[in-house]
Design a protein around this ligand. Structure first.
Ligand code: MEV
Length: 387
């Protein structure tokens, strides 16, 4: 399966049933998994997930073909309501394929939890004591999360971050860094923070207030790079090098100007959220982390970089991405489980890398359209073809 090509030319011309059959063969889906593509969650499961359930809400699930990521072929399951996104991504993936596909990487899956200490009488001395007692404090977490530990994860470090001057006076913030392996890790890190809180309260002689993960998961980042031969960007009306130079200038605009950066980064999320929804991820957490990361230098900017090098347009996207492939919806939602199977059952790091590649593909497609025929023209052309 993994060795089958993801280059599916003419896929868009098939009917939904024909497409589903093709994907079922490609990804070796059994009858139950095929059925899950037509609607997965049942009302009883939904009623256990959240409160006051009255029904179910469905969205289109599509496939963006043509992806090569680290020399492996991928078909990307996408849940999205916006026209043109799927076609644009398939197109961008086809262009990137000409340059060898996406290269991706990621950090270890390290989450951050925050414990807020207020009314600390001697913050400096308390910070020193907490640092000195780090090993003993982390040992208090030894009984938690046996599965994560067995797989090589667990608590790593405590960091103390004094906030001497907030609107509510000085406070001491303790960061717990924890490798949550294939779990997104929100529950695991929150439990660990709550477990540590009484000890920190005693050591600091202050009062614990918040004990919760940070969605700015900047210790858990993924990145993707691609090289598109400049000649591949050529169209009837535009020379390849004009389009490449346009994309570089469009990116510079989004680095310099937050008004443009918001739209530029929104486009990335057309790809990233679509994979996140299909695979049962917390897309709000992903967005919150990425937008905070985009403003980390005190100025909100584009998350991408595009430049021209050796007759190729070279793109890169790096961002925090806290995703999980065990637990939560990935287990409960049959469509999410099936989407993960179509992605060849990635671990959490691989899934985050696939998602960054999806974001970069979407950005390439959007910028290419914007610097050439314009996004509305492109939409209309696609729409006419569909009709
Ligand atoms: C629309 O959903 C996304 C774009 O606005 C992104 C961009 O402007 O780069 C086309």
């Amino acid at each position: 399966m993994a060795s089958a090509s993801s280059r599916l030319s003419g896929f868009y011309q098939l009917s939904p049933t024909q497409r589903r059959q093709l994907i079922a063969t490609w990804a070796e889906l059994d009858d139950e998994e095929q059925a899950a593509l037509l609607g997965g969650l049942d009302i009883a499961t939904a009623d256990h997930l959240i409160e006051n359930v009255i029904g179910l809400y469905t969205l289109p699930l599509a496939i963006a073909p043509n992806f090569i990521i680290n020399e492996r072929n991928y078909l990307l399951p996408l849940v999205i309501e916006e026209p043109s996104v799927v076609a644009a991504m398939a197109n961008a993936a086809r262009l990137v394929r000409l340059g060898g596909g996406f290269r991706t990487g990621s950090t270890e899956p390290v989450m951050i939890g925050q414990i807020q200490l207020i009314d600390v009488p001697y913050p400096h001395a308390a910070a020193l004591r907490i640092r000195a007692l780090q090993d003993e404090l982390l040992a208090k977490l030894a009984h938690l999360h046996p599965t994560i530990r067995r797989l090589g994860g667990g608590p790593i470090e405590l960091q103390v971050r004094p906030l001497p001057d907030t609107d509510a006076g000085p406070m001491l913030i303790v960061h717990l860094l924890m490798d949550t392996r294939d779990a997104m890790g929100a529950n695991a890190i929150n439990t660990a923070c709550e477990t540590l809180a009484p000890e920190l309260e005693a050591i600091s002689e202050g009062r614990v207030l918040l004990r919760i993960l940070s969605n700015l998961s900047d210790q858990r980042r993924a990145w993707a790079e691609c090289r598109v031969p400049v000649t591949a960007l050529e169209s009837e009306d535009f020379k390849g090098r004009e389009v490449a130079a346009g994309i570089v200038a469009a990116n510079a605009f989004a680095i310099a100007d937050p008004y443009r950066a918001a739209t530029h980064n929104k486009g990335l999320f057309n790809g990233i959220d679509a994979v996140a929804l299909a695979t049962g991820q917390d897309w709000r957490a992903i967005e919150a982390g990425a937008h905070a990361y985009a403003a980390r230098q005190g100025h909100y900017r584009a998350l991408t970089d595009w430049h021209v090098e050796d007759a190729a347009l070279v793109g890169r996207l790096e961002m925090p991405l806290a995703v999980g492939t065990v637990g939560g919806l990935t287990k409960l939602h049959p469509t999410a489980r099936t989407a993960l199977k179509i992605l060849q059952r990635p671990d959490a790091r691989t899934l985050s890398e696939i998602m960054v590649a999806a974001g970069l593909a979407q950005n390439l497609a959007a910028l290419r359209a914007l610097v050439s025929e314009g996004i509305q023209q492109g939409h209309m052309r696609l729409h006419a073809r569909r009709l």
